[in-house]
Design a binder for this molecule. Structure first.
Ligand code: G1P
Length: 294
């Protein structure tokens, strides 16, 4: 039995420049997809995958995230006194189920650095990393799929998906060889190399890293030795590449659909899909969309 994964790290210190002006005074993680902040989808995915300990890496201007996962006595009292039990349940549910710690990333030195600052909080155990911008919908939580692979291999594993060749430069991209798993050989890969944001035409494959990882604690040593890379930042991809020199690293082509909610078009697509899936809104919204003369 491999050690259990009990903690999930959520890097959330980015400036959200792609969503200005909306993110001038509010964190991008708090932008709502229908009526739930982006980050809550990731937190719920962690919970559904059996992880209750959430570590959020924040920065300046991110206190709304802390307030969101905290108890709001005034709001709860008001809802209670007005008999609004459904709303009360909605605001209570997630914060009751999770234990959250916050740590500040004082300077925006990159995703790898954001993970590195959680070293003391994670301590010497395997952990998950969730990039909340990547919203993944499917019948099984993506993180749960990775945890199953981790239980099988005992090694670090990250989510990947096939992307069109002309989009590879937006991602971390892997070179990999397939490994048999669950009577199939087209989902699990042993990573041979990886490149963050490869130049056009230079990607080693079309398998792009998506924001879900299970990492062994040795990643902290690897990250501490990782020099700034793409965009002058300490990249998580480079840290994992370094880790791979010491132990096998896997990638899993997950089942589900991913939306890049950190991008304006991806955000709109996620909003539409999530609204259509809602029991209370889906039917009306679908007929509204159909009525549009596009
Ligand atoms: C990050 C990672 C990248 C990964 C991507 C997935 O990049 O560095 O390897 O492919 O998330 O969303 P970012 O989107 O933060 O630039």
């Amino acid at each position: 039995m491999n050690r259990p994964v009990r903690k999930a790290v959520f890097p959330a210190a980015g400036l959200g420049t792609r969503f200005l002006p909306a993110t001038k005074s509010q964190p991008k993680e708090m932008l709502p997809l229908v009526d739930k902040p982006i980050i809550q989808y990731g937190v719920e995915e962690a919970l559904e995958s059996g992880i209750e300990n959430i570590i959020i890496v924040t920065g300046r201007g991110k206190t709304a995230i802390e307030d969101h996962f905290d108890v709001s006595f005034e709001l709860e009292n008001l809802l209670e006194s007005r008999g609004k039990t459904c709303e009360l349940e909605l605001v209570r549910r997630v914060s009751e189920l999770i234990h959250v710690s916050y740590i500040r990333q004082k300077e925006a030195l990159g995703l790898g650095h954001a993970v590195l600052v959680t070293k003391e909080l994670v301590a010497d155990e395997p952990f998950a990393v969730v990039l909340a911008d990547d919203v993944i919908l499917g019948s099984r939580p993506c993180l749960r799929q990775l945890l199953d692979v981790y239980q099988h291999t005992g090694r670090s594993v990250m989510a990947v998906m096939e992307v069109p060749k002309d989009e590879t430069s937006r991602y971390g991209v892997i070179a990999a060889e397939p490994v048999d798993y669950n009577r199939a050989s087209d989902r699990l890969f042993r990573v041979l190399d990886m490149v963050e944001k490869p130049l056009a035409g230079k990607a080693p494959s079309n398998l792009a890293i998506i924001g879900r990882y299970i990492l062994t604690p040795e990643i902290f040593v690897a990250l501490a030795e990782t020099a700034p890379g793409s965009m002058g930042e300490i990249q998580l991809t480079d840290g994992i590449r370094h880790l791979r020199e010491q132990q096998p690293v896997y990638a899993y082509r997950f089942e589900g659909t991913r939306y890049d909610a950190g991008d304006r078009l991806g955000f709109l697509k996620a909003t539409v899909e999530l609204a259509l899936r809602r029991e209370d809104l889906g039917a009306d919204f679908r007929s509204y969309l159909k009525s549009l003369e596009l």
